[in-house]
Every structure is written in C-alpha cells, then in structure tokens.
Design a protein around this ligand. Structure first.
Ligand code: ATP
Length: 233
C-alpha cells in the first residue's frame, strides 16, 4: 500500500529525517512511535506532501508519490488527520464532514455521511451544532470522520490521543482499531507508544530521525528496551 525508502528531509540546512525506510501493507495498522522531536510529524508531513523530501522515494499503491502535489494525494486515496485536529470550529459538524468529501459530487456522499454517523453516533447527535462546541475527544472523532469522508484507502493519523483525558484516549484508540473493519489502512503516529502499539499490527520506533527498531507490535511491547524508554515500565 505504502512504501518509503531512504527518505530524508530538511528544515533549512538541518536534516531531521536521515533515511527512513518503512512500509504499510493493505489493511494494516502500523504505529510510528518515538520521543518528542524524533521526527514523527515531519515524516507524516512528507507523506501528505506538505513537507519537501530531499532524497528518497514514497510509493503509494504501486505508483510514485514523491513528486505528486499534496492536494492530489487525497484524490489518490491518502488522507491525513492532522496533529491538533484542525477542524473548522465555526462550521457545524455536518459542514466539516461535507468538506472532507470536497472531491466528490456524487450521491454516495449521502451514504458516506450515514455510514460515518453510524460509526460515530455522537457526531450524528451533534450534527447541526458548531464544531467548536464539541469536547476534545469529539473533535478528534470529527477530524478522523472528516478524513474518512475523503474515501481514503490509507489514513495518516497524527497524535490522535494528544491532549485527551485517559478515558477518551482509550475511546479514540478503539475507533482507530475499528477502522480495520472498514478496510482502511492506517499509519498512526503517536507519543503514546503503549496505546498505539496495543492496537497496531506492526510498529516503528523513530529515534532522532532514524528508525531505531521495528517489528510486530506485540514484540515491541515486550521488548525490554522499548518498555524502559517509551512505556515507562
Ligand atoms: P512531536 O511529537 O513533538 O511533534 P515529532 O517526533 O513529531 O515530535 P517533529 O515535529 O517531526 O518531531 O520534529 C523533528 C525535528 O525537527 C525536531 O528537532 C524539531 O525541533 C525540528 N523541527 C520541527 N519543525 C520545524 C520547523 N518548522 N523548523 C525547524 N525545525 C523544525
């Protein structure tokens, strides 16, 4: 589904990604975890096309993506739910969802909206309310739901648990896990390594702009180095 090879990226003269290799298979949930500043957000920004890639390649569904403009990547089936949610707080919940479907003018948008409301009943309940009035957890659900309205085959999620109370963090991870049933492939970037690896099939640990470790999520959770450095146990 998604393959990244030798990816390097700079801010000005400073290189922050030093040759990342990773892949995400169809239907997988893959977690990218790592400390603050490890390069997780930069990696996702390279994938969605808003951060320049210096060298290396990104291949998506068998086609080169590295030179494709960001706005065209959504049309290819790669959607991002950005860090900090970035929902439109002055618009209603339903208007936010409609914007997620901006590429489509077909009748299926209505059906997609119904499916979305089935997946997120709280959004249906609040569909006519301003998105700014939703709680943090509900706004995160809206950000994910809006990305899904773009009918992605692969969803990039940047820190969906950030800033949420523990009970909501659990809920959001359950929502992400549930995406498997909808055949959506997920690349999940998280500082909450334990929560992310618990729902992931595989994981990558980013350390200072490089992949430090990778493997099956269960194996990473069980690894003493990961437990000590990232899981606090
Ligand atoms: P966080 O969880 O805090 O978002 P991260 O793993 O996502 O961390 P990045 O935000 O990708 O890490 O940052 C990687 C490195 O790039 C850090 O050293 C950071 O200071 C630097 N960096 C990030 N954004 C910029 C920028 N706009 N200009 C210069 N350097 C930046």
């Amino acid at each position: 589904m998604l393959t990244v090879e030798g990816l390097r990226s700079h801010y000005g003269r400073i290189e922050v990604l030093h040759g990342i290799d990773l892949h995400v298979g169809p239907g997988e949930i893959v977690a990218v975890v790592g400390a603050n500043g490890a390069g997780k957000t930069t990696l996702l920004r390279c994938l969605s096309g808003v951060q320049p890639v210096t060298t290396g390649t990104i291949t998506f569904r068998g086609e080169p993506l590295t030179q494709v403009a960001a706005y065209k990547r959504v049309g290819r089936g790669l959607a991002q739910s950005p860090e900090g949610r970035q929902i439109f707080t002055n618009l209603s919940v339903e208007e936010n969802l409609r914007l997620g479907a901006f590429l489509f003018r077909d009748d299926k948008v209505v059906k997609d909206m119904q499916d979305t409301f089935q997946m997120f009943p709280v959004l249906k309940e609040k569909r006519n309310l301003s998105a700014g009035g939703l709680s943090g957890g509900q706004q995160q659900m809206l950000a994910i739901a809006r990305a899904l309205m773009g009918r992605p085959s692969c969803l990039l999620l940047d820190e969906p648990s950030m800033g949420l109370a523990p009970i909501l963090v659990q809920q959001i991870f359950e929502v992400v896990k549930g995406l498997k049933a909808s055949d959506v492939t997920v690349l999940l970037v998280e500082q909450n390594a334990f929560g992310a690896l618990k729902i992931a099939d595989r994981g990558y640990v980013l350390e200072n702009g490089k992949v430090g470790m990778e493997g099956a999520a269960d194996a990473l959770i069980a690894d003493p180095r990961i437990r000590e450095a990232y899981l606090g146990v």
